[in-house]
Design a protein around this ligand. Structure first.
Ligand code: T5A
Length: 206
């Protein structure tokens, strides 16, 4: 039985998900809510190992099908060992990315049929969906500029511009289709204004 709330943060590279995660955590904790902060791919020991395989630049090409299945393998572990137990305890779960990222990157970016993703989603999640998803949106160039400041690029960040444009398009399409759950945040704004937008959305939930 899910008692807590599940919030996910989504968007392209370097749009500010991780930065805003700590703002959200503090905001919720100040309201007396117990928060579990996690991320995908990852969130458990095994899923973090899968993350490493997925993000490292590899000599061997990872096929699109392998990539998709590894994402869902990590997710199955994450849901079973971290997300569901936390929600059952009544904690709120804040995840840096979840299944919308699969629709955007593997669906939009890699062109995998979304009905296949939907099948895996149902199989792995058994109906589990976030209560709220914040989609941080900014032009690709801006996010990449911010991401590059951090140093070397991972396997996804080394993709071409066309890939990221497809990812962004797929995210915006999902937001349109799930407008009750997915709220778009203009990530080109100053951090202060981004935080104000987030706070307005969170206040309606607490
Ligand atoms: N993936 C993941 C899939 O392909 N399928 C899936 O199903 C899943 C779950 C994960 C990768 O895996 C892929 C997608 C990803 O490529 P990741 O580390 O989670 O990788 O994702 P990244 O996008 O690479 O994470 P980043 O850390 O690069 O981006 P963030 O978290 O969005 O950005 P953040 O907060 O680190 O900010 C970057 C910089 O910008 C500044 C920050 O201070 C920081 O320096 N910044 C701002 N500056 C000015 N104004 C603002 N409003 C700012 N917001 C942030």
């Amino acid at each position: 039985m899910k008692k807590g709330k599940f919030i996910t943060l989504e968007g392209g590279e370097g749009v500010g998900k991780t930065t805003n995660l700590s703002f959200i955590r503090h905001f919720l904790e100040n309201q007396g809510i117990s928060v579990v902060v996690t991320r995908e791919p990852g969130g458990t020991k095994l899923a973090e190992k899968l993350r490493q395989l997925l993000l490292e630049n590899q000599e061997e090409t990872i096929s699109e099908k392998t990539e998709l299945l590894l994402m869902f393998a990590a997710r199955a572990q994450h849901i079973n060992n971290v997300i569901n137990p936390a929600l059952e305890r009544g904690d709120w779960v804040l995840s840096d990315r979840f299944t919308d990222a699969t629709y955007a990157y593997q669906g939009g970016g890699r062109n995998i049929d979304t009905s296949l993703i939907a099948w895996l989603e149902q199989f792995v999640q058994s109906g589990l969906q976030p209560d709220l998803t914040l989609l941080f949106d900014a032009p690709i160039e801006l996010g990449m500029q911010r991401a590059k400041k951090r140093g070397s690029l991972d396997r996804f960040e080394n993709e071409q511009l066309a890939f990221f444009n497809q990812v962004r398009k797929a995210y915006l399409h999902r937001a349109q289709q799930n407008s009750e759950r997915i709220k778009i945040i203009d990530a080109t704004q100053s951090l202060e204004n981004v935080e104000k937008n987030i706070q307005q959305l969170l206040i309606t939930m607490v």
